[in-house]
Design a protein around this ligand. Structure first.
Ligand code: ATP
Ligand code: SF4
Length: 375
């Protein structure tokens, strides 16, 4: 039997910025009954207005499932088995639980309030129409009738915003590079000025130089237009540079949620520490690359206790029976805005203090790590 850690208390609000998207206890299965893959288990996450929240974790940890479920675009056999996804406009306070909206309400909400750029979205452009037609039709579909000219002006403005020359409006998708096609998809996502943009590995299919250009462009657009971002990637190094806050996923759970700076300087979860040792930093001091021995959990037959215990170098007896919930760290007084799901941070069961070797403590801090308002 798996017990739930009894000492969990809510963590202080991460900043004084207002929540714009609150994911509460979201659970998703693929399939049913004994054959169900428990892809998300009670996941809670808050995106604040103007924030860039990075979501990282190994392949199969549930990042895309979270993006699809939170936007109600989860394809079958995915089933949302519980939870809420509450959008609250920071412009006028409108919103509600996306999971309980009618289809009509959802259609009105989608792209205006929340938009998503999928992994490999560039391949979803229709090859037989020019990008101009696709952009204009997309904008016109959400505009009052007879607004075709306004839609065309908006399409040109959007292309310009993402750095594509205006004469490309008459190009077909195959006449554009992969990077340009992905920029078109980003332009489409921003067309109705959404408050929340979820980006699921938006640059994975592109070469490194193009990836960097696009990420820089998205961040500059974010600063100009003021939307909030959930940026999904398996590349923690990238998130350290662009995110205000990072949530780390493992086996369908969030195991750590902290500012980018805190994650880099002193990860509190053994899995986060392992992830930091799995990627070369893009800048700053070099780290020894070790990887994380073992494999992610079988989501059909989850281990009892902590999902990570079969791979965790710090596991102790209680880890096999008690499921840690996301809560404050043992250093709550010094770091009230971060949370972790690890029994080492539960004084009622931990065998001793948090091991000092857990944190990655670089001798210098990378100048490129974002200074978060939450740290
Ligand atoms: P990646 O980084 O590779 O995109 P991810 O972290 O986004 O991975 P998901 O794609 O959300 O992870 O997958 C989470 C889990 O759900 C994985 O174990 C995956 O095998 C499972 N899964 C995803 N789609 C399906 C499906 N259609 N049917 C069954 N299981 C699925
Ligand atoms: Fe490791 Fe135990 Fe913490 Fe899980 S709860 S991460 S097994 S120490």
């Amino acid at each position: 039997m798996t017990l739930v850690s009894p000492t969990v208390r809510p963590v202080a609000i991460a900043s004084d910025r207002k929540p714009v998207l609150e994911i509460r206890n979201l659970s998703v299965d693929y399939g049913y009954d004994d054959n169900a893959v428990h892809a998300l288990q009670d996941v809670s996450l808050t995106l604040h207005a103007g924030e860039v929240l990075g979501l990282a974790g190994e392949s199969g940890s549930g990042k895309s499932t979270l993006a699809y479920a939170a936007t109600r675009l989860l394809p079958p056999p995915g089933v949302i088995t519980g939870g809420e996804v509450v959008f609250t406009s920071s412009r006028d306070g409108h919103g509600g639980d996306l999971l309980r909206m009618s289809d009509a309400e959802l259609r009105a909400q989608r792209w205006r309030d929340t938009a998503i750029v999928f992994q490999g979205a560039m391949n979803s452009l229709n090859p037989v129409y020019t990008i101009g037609k696709q952009l204009i039709d997309g904008i016109a579909a959400h505009s009052p009738r007879g607004q075709k000219e306004a839609a065309k002006r908006r399409a040109l403005e959007l292309l310009d915003m993402v750095g594509i020359p205006k004469d490309r409006l008459s190009s077909y998708p195959h006449q554009l590079s992969g990077g340009m096609r992905q920029r078109v998809m980003i332009a489409m996502a921003l067309a109705l000025e959404p408050e929340v943009v979820i980006m699921d590995e938006p640059t994975t299919a592109l070469d490194v130089v193009m990836q960097r250009q696009i990420v820089e462009q998205v961040m500059s657009l974010k600063n100009d237009l003021g939307f909030s971002v959930i940026f999904i990637t398996h590349d923690v190094s990238l998130l350290l540079e662009l995110a205000d806050r990072i949530a780390i996923m493992y086996g369908g759970n969030i195991v750590e949620d902290a500012s980018a700076r805190e994650v880099y300087r002193e990860p509190r979860h053994p899995y986060t520490a392992g992830l930091l040792h799995s990627f070369p930093p893009l800048h700053g001091p070099r780290r020894e690359l070790r990887g994380i021995p073992g494999s992610p959990p079988d989501l059909m037959h989850l281990p009892t206790g902590c999902n990570f215990h079969p791979r965790c170098p710090f596991a102790f007896d209680a880890c096999k029976t008690i499921e840690p919930a996301l809560g404050p760290t043992r250093f709550e007084a010094e770091e009230p805005h971060r949370s972790v799901a690890c029994l080492l941070h539960d004084p009622a069961v931990a065998p001793g203090p948090v091991p000092v070797e857990l944190g990655v403590r670089p001798t210098e801090t990378s100048p490129l790590i974002k200074e978060s308002s939450t740290s």
